[in-house]
Design a protein. Sequence first.
Length: 242
Amino acid sequence: MRKSELSNLPAHVAIIMDGNGRWARRRAMPRFMGHRQGVAALKKAVRYASNQGIETLTVYAFSTENWQRPQEEVDFLLDLMYKTFVQEIEELIEEQVRIILIGDRTSLSHELLEIWTQAEERTANNTGLTLNVAFNYGGRQELVAATKNLAEQVARGELAPEDINEENINTALYTWRSPDPDLIIRTGGELRLSNFLLWQAAYSEIYVTDILWPDFKERDFSEALQAYAHRERRFGQVPVKE
Ligand code: FPP
């Protein structure tokens, strides 16, 4: 893995890949063409993050709300996800990428779950970039699942209510293996988190660009990293020089 020449590199970058539909509409194409192009942008982003030496990349691929899209689009996205994994797995292994699915696994099809489990198992010992793919993911739903998990531990007598703390909540989240994101990038210009990493984003720097996801290139990723490098992160404290 090549280390970045950029200073102050975030260890964990999360991306809200928005704007596929608008990208397609502007070209008078059907929305699915935007998603297909979105996969190409994702491949570039993964390679770039890996080459820069970023440790963790989390991408928002399908939210718990996305099921409400027209059935045709939902089916296309599920199929795209499946095919992308089949097509890309060997290269991801070669690039030492470790894949982790974050999201609610209980309502996914057997097929998708199987390919996912395989991808996780086959990349588990890779030592490069950790790629968290948020699929059937919702931040509130994640917190509900974590709360249930802790409540069950309490009910079994394994955890005392007064011992519930940030650490064991963290451990009960889908993202338990990853540090909190340092930087969240959102493409497509909207200024919101859209139920993404609600707990983990407490002190994340947020960078929004109007560029639509299929147009997001290495240069744009680099600009986001440079903007991050100039931010002063205070974590609720006073500035160092004051
Ligand atoms: C948001 O654009 C994008 C999505 C809902 C899907 C993102 C998925 C990909 C880029 C493919 C990922 C594939 C894998 C294998 C992880 P939008 O449709 O909301 O765009 P709009 O806001 O312009 O309508």
